[in-house]
Write a protein that binds this ligand. Structure first.
Ligand SMILES: [Zn+2]
Length: 169
């Protein structure tokens, strides 16, 4: 089951939504520094060029996945593929103010090389080796949805149970 916004807040932010204001084009502005500092962390992750600002609870899975990608020689060129890794983006789903908040708001979804993997792209440029590894640690890939979102990954609804089965350590 795909993780919905309400459940995401329960699982990743102790049921606590941030205080925010609506901004133009489906963006929001969070004016709740204590909420952010409680649930977010800026972290260096092997294989990613810039520090990632994301929800603390996805960091172990992210590190595990990136380590597996970097370590595996056959994925070397694929690891170099990740140039842009975007996680935190406070906005509504598809920037539509009538839809719930995007999981990017909670720092648990991330987009890889968005320029090459737009929603209307005919096919992803993301190597399947990378997709497989992110899926193996509990992320769902938007490239499998009916409305393809190739750049996008987010935790499965059973993300935390799923980690029992991690094959990459
Ligand atoms: Zn996304």
């Amino acid at each position: 089951m795909t993780l919905k916004t309400k459940k995401a807040v329960e699982l990743f932010c102790d049921g606590e939504s941030p205080k925010y204001e609506e901004m133009p084009n489906g963006w929001i502005e969070i004016f709740d520094a204590s909420w952010e500092s409680k649930y977010f962390q800026k972290v260096e992750i092997e294989g990613l060029y810039r520090p990632v600002y994301c929800n603390k609870l996805i960091i172990p899975a992210l590190k595990t996945a990136m380590h597996a990608i970097v370590r595996n020689a056959t994925f070397l060129h694929e690891y170099e593929y990740i140039e842009v890794f975007q996680c935190f983006a406070p906005r509504h789903i598809r920037n539509n103010p009538h839809l719930p908040l995007s999981l990017h708001t909670f720092g648990i979804a991330f987009d890889i090389n968005p320029e090459e993997n737009k929603v209307k792209s005919l096919k992803p440029s993301i190597p399947m080796g990378i997709v497989d590894i992110f899926e193996s640690v509990g992320f769902e890939w938007g490239g499998r949805w009916k409305l393809k979102d190739y750049m996008h990954f987010q935790p499965r609804e059973d993300f935390f149970d799923f980690q029992e089965t991690w094959i990459y350590r």
